[in-house]
Write a protein that binds this ligand. Structure first.
Ligand SMILES: NC(=O)C1=CN([C@@H]2O[C@H](COP(=O)(O)OP(=O)(O)OC[C@H]3O[C@@H](n4cnc5c(N)ncnc54)[C@H](OP(=O)(O)O)[C@@H]3O)[C@@H](O)[C@H]2O)C=CC1
Ligand SMILES: CC(=O)N[C@@H](CCC(=O)OP(=O)(O)O)C(=O)O
Length: 345
């Protein structure tokens, strides 16, 4: 399968290259860039020295669509929507890592992202690529909206409880932490070493753009509109997302009952691991892998449940999930190229 990556010189694009190098059916034919056109790819990422000798190319989607079977857009918000058209989609499948096609209500997208959507006509068709939940639709898709990093970890951690109607969805509070690679490779003062190292800070409090994405996905599970609190924090680590979410229980439940619910949804899932009782997910246990570790704790004193999740933002939160989607779209084994065990320590 011939693969083109627009935004191959970013963190998510770089991770796509790393994963696809180990994919037995994929050959990268286009290393797309905006700032490094004609430079060798390994000059941008020296970890690819003597591994990738190709040059970076521009973002000519028409030419790329003629050469590739699948295109990944690992580009800023608004880019994919600005270049997609019917001709491209008739020739090639597209997995967009940005948020352009994740939110079904274009007004909500424009309000939270502060940009005008350039291709609203494709929003309905796009499939939200949370593989464990939308697998059958992904298999038939031409255009997949790869979920956001926080929404992947948050939704998978909470989904079984909402779907089974065991919690009041409007009491959900999500506290999340991310490593700095989640912010991309672009230079920003907030992400300088001295600002991040030995420091923890909340950001986007009550305004983070992943809020409506999580609300929409949990809303489908609940069968009703969901409104929740989501607070992200920047953590002094390269990779990883940790979610701790709280919600009120609708009725008394036992550990075994809730464990059975998580096993019902994830027992046969390769990439979602429901940990043993009292084991809390850690970012280090999933680093470099496509796994999401989830678990929960019942707090009988407050009649609330605490739901936890950990994953690597660049793998299951971006490039790994994008490859998982590609595998489904092309009828390949879903885990192909994604079986790396997590790195530790
Ligand atoms: N980092 C993460 O953990 C996650 C990221 N995402 C999403 O993936 C996308 C990429 O993120 P990330 O890799 O972190 O960002 P980076 O800033 O690291 O990379 C952005 C990439 O897009 C390219 N680019 C920027 N502007 C343009 C443009 N106008 N035309 C064409 N290419 C352009 C850059 O090219 P160049 O360097 O050559 O200028 C670079 O390759 C974003 O939509 C992000 O929200 C989703 C989930 C997780
Ligand atoms: C640490 C950090 O800054 N993280 C980014 C999330 C990046 C991301 O995943 O963006 P999309 O999912 O929307 O494409 C942020 O909070 O904006």
């Amino acid at each position: 399968m011939k693969v083109g990556i627009i935004g191959a010189t970013g963190y998510a694009g770089g991770e796509l290259v790393r994963l696809l190098m180990g994919h037995p059916q994929a050959e990268i034919v286009w290393y797309g860039s905006r700032s490094y056109i004609d430079k060798k790819y390994y000059e941008v990422f020296q970890n690819m020295f003597q591994i990738v000798d190709s040059k970076c190319l521009d973002d000519n989607m028409e030419e790329l669509a003629a050469q590739a079977d699948v295109i990944f857009t690992a580009t800023p918000q608004g880019f994919c929507a600005s270049i997609i058209n019917e001709e491209i989609l008739s020739k090639v499948k597209v997995v967009d890592l940005s948020a352009d096609f994740r939110i079904k209500d274009v007004k909500v997208y424009e309000e939270w992202y502060k940009i005008t959507h350039k291709s609203p006509q494709f929003i309905d068709e796009a499939v939200y690529g949370l593989c464990e939940i939308n697998r059958e639709d992904v298999k038939k898709a031409r255009l997949v909206a790869n979920p956001g990093c926080y929404p992947t970890c948050s939704t998978l951690s909470i989904y079984p409880m909402v779907k089974e109607g065991l919690i009041h969805p409007n009491t959900i509070i999500i506290d999340a932490k991310s490593g700095t690679s989640g912010a991309g490779r672009g230079a920003k003062v907030d992400n300088l070493y001295c600002e991040v190292n030995e420091n923890m800070k909340a950001y986007g409090v009550s305004t983070h753009r992943h809020t409506p994405e999580i609300e929409e996905q949990l809303g489908y599970a609940a069968g009703e509109k969901v409104v929740l609190n989501f607070t992200p924090h920047l953590a002094p680590m390269n990779r990883g997302i940790l979610v701790t979410a709280y919600a009120s229980l609708k009725k008394e439940v036992t550990y075994d009952e809730v464990k059975a619910v998580y096993d019902k949804y994830y027992g046969t899932e390769k990439f979602v691991r429901v940990l043993d009782e009292d084991v809390c997910p850690q970012t280090k246990w999933v680093e470099g892998s496509n796994y999401v570790d989830v678990n929960f704790k019942l707090d009988f004193r407050t009649n609330r449940i605490i739901m936890m999740g950990a994953m690597d933002n660049l793998v299951k939160g971006a490039a790994g999930q994008a490859v998982q989607n590609m595998n489904l779209m092309f009828g390949l084994e879903e885990s192909m190229g994604l079986c790396q065990a997590p790195m530790f320590p």
